[in-house]
Each structure stands twice: as structure tokens, then as C-alpha cells.
Design a binder for this molecule. Structure first.
Ligand SMILES: [Zn+2]
Length: 379
């Protein structure tokens, strides 16, 4: 309550100034109803009735070129405090006044657009910024807001168009954003069964940003759906040149491809190379599986024993307990059972921009709203 009273002080001051200045300029006695209104407003404020105080002050301040700034400042304060309905009412009221000039109207319209965005009324915000896009002063700002709105509405083609528009206005290239938008469009076209469009979208995504891991992943998953495992393997292996950290994330997909095309030796060599330069438990786990499968449990245990001495960690210990000697004494069997029950850590992800961590891969960070900033954390 104290906070809103502080917030209203500039309005109260402006109302007082307004009543006094009218009196000074007209050299006449200001009408007693204006004075009454001003003191009534102050009274509500002192009695901690801010809603009533607001109504009185707003009625008191005629909307004209001198007071528009006070109205706009109050509206912004309402929105910042989360009182969006009040901000909307105030800005709508401003726009409806015929006496305000074009620039003031555009200012109020912009504020109303921001109110609607804050309230999640995206259709209304979209209409406002489409109108403001025609105003040279607000053009760049309006295009930025529309780009944000189209992304929230999942209108991917329009988001792409507006990213280009922003680039043309000199806002700089945005390859990561554009390639991610093309990936989203590809997924939409996939749902619609338009394979030609999907291929085009993914080609564009890679042309704009050759390091777009996601474009290769979508292509590989599409090839798997069509049982073209050879092509899928080629596509998914390309991500090792883009960003090696993503290989453990798609390891099961890669291994399925090797199995489906009947290349056990190539699968073994791939995992042997991968584990040599990687501390990931997931990678080690798959390599141990293939060692047991293609060599022997004993060989796998010996290998893991050596790796545990070099790099003691809980993940490797758990794997070791799983393949350990079944004929140990009671004590070692007991320990093995306990260690096997250690929780397996899933791959986790972290946004390099804001540090948001999750167990899901978000191509769009829900925290800082940036595309392509989330990377796997080695576990
Ligand atoms: Zn983030």
C-alpha cells in the first residue's frame, strides 16, 4: 500500500501543478471543483485508498499535450506492478481522447500493445503493432514486438519474414534464430505430411547456420521413420563436426542405425573411439555393452577396472558392479548390490546464456527466451 502511495505522488503533484498553473495562466480563480477534486484525491491517498485516488487524479488531469507524460508514466507503473487491467483501461482511455496529437496517440498505442502482450492477449497486441509498423518513429520497435508475438503464436513463417525485415533495418544478422525458426517450420510441415517442404526448410536452416545440430537431427529422424538407416547414420554422424557434445544425446539413435545396417564392427570402433575422448557415463555404458556382446564380460571388467583406477567416479563404479564377478564372497556381493542401485544420472542440459538447467533439451530456453543456447552437460 505504501508503495502505491509513493507511486501516486507524481500524479498528485502533477494534478496540483495542473490546477495551480491553470489558475496562474488564466489569471482567474481556478474553479472550486478542481481544488475540491485535488484535495479529495489527496485525502483518498492519505487514507490508503489508492484506487479511488487514481480515479480522482485521472479525472482531474485533462488529457492534453502537457499531461500526457504523467498518464503514460502511470500506465507504465501499473504494467510493471502487474496491474495490467488498470494499465489497459488507462491507455484505452488516452487513445479515445480526440484532443491528443498523433505522436501522443502513437505513444499510448505502443503502451497499450505492451499491456496486451503482458496480459497474453497476443491477437490484440499484433493488431496494434501492425498499425505502429506504419509509423516511422515506432517502426523498428513494432517489428521487434511482432517478431516476438509471431514466435509466441508459433506462426513460424511470419517470424522468419519479420527476422529478415529486422535484418534489412540494420539490426544485424541472426543466423541461430533464423535456422531454429526454419527447423520449427520443418516440424510443422512434417506434421502436415509435406516432405518436400520439410527438406527445403532443413536445407535453408543449414545454409543459414551450418552448425545447426537440430536440422541434422530432424533429417536423421525422418530417415529412420522411412527405414533409411544408412542415410540416417550419415546425417546424425554429421553432428560430431558441428558440436561433439550432442553425440551422447543421440547415441541410441546412432547405435540403432549401426544395428539396422548390420555393421557390428563399425559400431565397436565408433564406440571405442568415442569413449577414448569422452568422460560421459552414457558413452562408457554403451561401450561396455558392446564389449560384453562382442568380446567377453571378463574383458569388459578388466577394461573398466583400469578406467576406474584412472578416473574414479560413481558412474563407472556402477557399471563395474553390474558386470563384476558373480562368485565373490558375501561382503563383495552385498556391496555390488548396493552400488548397482546407485541412481543413474540422466543427461542434463544447461543454457549457456542464463544458466537455466533441465533434463530436457530445450532448443528455445524457457528462461532467457533465446534459441540454440542450451548445451548438454557431460555426465
Ligand atoms: Zn537461457
Amino acid at each position: 500500500m505504501f508503495e502505491i502511495a509513493i507511486m501516486l505522488l507524481p500524479v498528485a503533484a502533477a494534478s496540483g501543478w495542473y490546477v495551480a498553473s491553470k489558475h496562474y495562466h488564466s489569471k482567474e480563480k481556478s474553479s472550486s471543483s478542481e481544488h475540491d477534486g485535488y484535495f479529495k484525491g489527496l485525502n483518498f491517498l492519505l487514507n490508503e485508498q489508492p484506487d479511488k485516488a487514481i480515479s480522482v487524479f485521472i479525472d482531474l488531469l485533462e488529457v492534453d499535450d502537457e499531461t500526457i507524460e504523467v498518464h503514460l508514466a502511470l500506465g507504465t507503473l501499473f504494467r510493471q506492478r502487474g496491474e495490467v487491467e488498470k494499465a489497459i483501461r488507462l491507455h484505452q482511455n488516452l487513445i479515445a481522447r480526440p484532443q491528443i496529437n498523433q505522436q501522443a496517440r502513437s505513444n499510448a498505442l505502443n503502451e497499450l500493445g505492451l499491456d496486451y502482450m503482458r496480459a497474453g492477449l497476443l491477437d490484440r497486441a499484433e493488431n496494434i503493432f501492425l498499425e505502429l509498423e506504419k509509423d516511422t518513429v515506432f517502426r523498428v520497435h513494432a517489428v521487434k514486438q511482432l517478431l516476438s508475438i509471431f514466435q509466441q503464436e508459433k506462426e513460424w513463417q511470419q517470424a522468419i519474414d519479420y527476422t529478415f525485415k529486422l535484418e534489412m533495418m540494420g539490426a544485424g544478422k541472426q543466423p541461430v534464430l533464423l535456422s531454429q525458426l526454419h527447423c520449427e517450420l520443418a516440424l510443422l510441415h512434417k506434421k502436415q505430411g509435406d516432405d518436400v517442404a520439410v527438406r527445403n526448410d532443413l536445407k535453408k536452416a543449414l545454409r543459414i547456420d551450418s552448425s545447426c545440430v537440430r536440422a541434422n537431427v530432424i533429417s536423421a529422424e525422418l530417415a529412420v521413420e522411412k527405414s533409411d538407416y544408412k542415410h540416417a547414420l550419415k546425417l546424425i554422424m554429421a553432428i560430431s563436426k558441428q558440436d561433439k557434445r550432442f553425440i551422447p544425446v543421440y547415441l541410441n539413435l546412432i547405435l540403432t542405425c549401426f544395428d539396422q545396417i548390420g555393421k557390428p564392427k563399425a559400431k565397436f570402433n565408433f564406440l571405442a573411439d568415442l569413449q577414448a575422448g569422452n568422460d560421459s557415463t552414457i558413452v562408457m555404458s554403451r561401450f561396455i555393452d558392446v564389449l560384453v556382446e562382442q568380446k567377453s564380460s571378463k574383458e569388459a571388467a578388466t577394461f573398466l577396472h583400469k578406467r576406474l583406477l584412472e578416473n574414479p567416479n560413481q558412474g563407472y563404479l556402477r557399471l563395474y558392479a553390474k558386470i563384476g564377478d558373480e562368485n565373490g564372497d558375501t561382503e563383495s556381493s552385498f556391496l555390488r548390490n548396493i552400488i548397482q542401485n546407485f541412481e543413474e544420472k540422466p543427461i542434463s542440459f544447461e543454457c549457456k546464456n542464463c544458466g537455466f538447467s533441465s533434463v530436457e533439451l530445450n532448443w528455445y530456453c524457457p528462461s532467457c527466451k533465446q534459441w540454440g543456447t542450451t548445451k548438454p552437460v557431460v555426465v
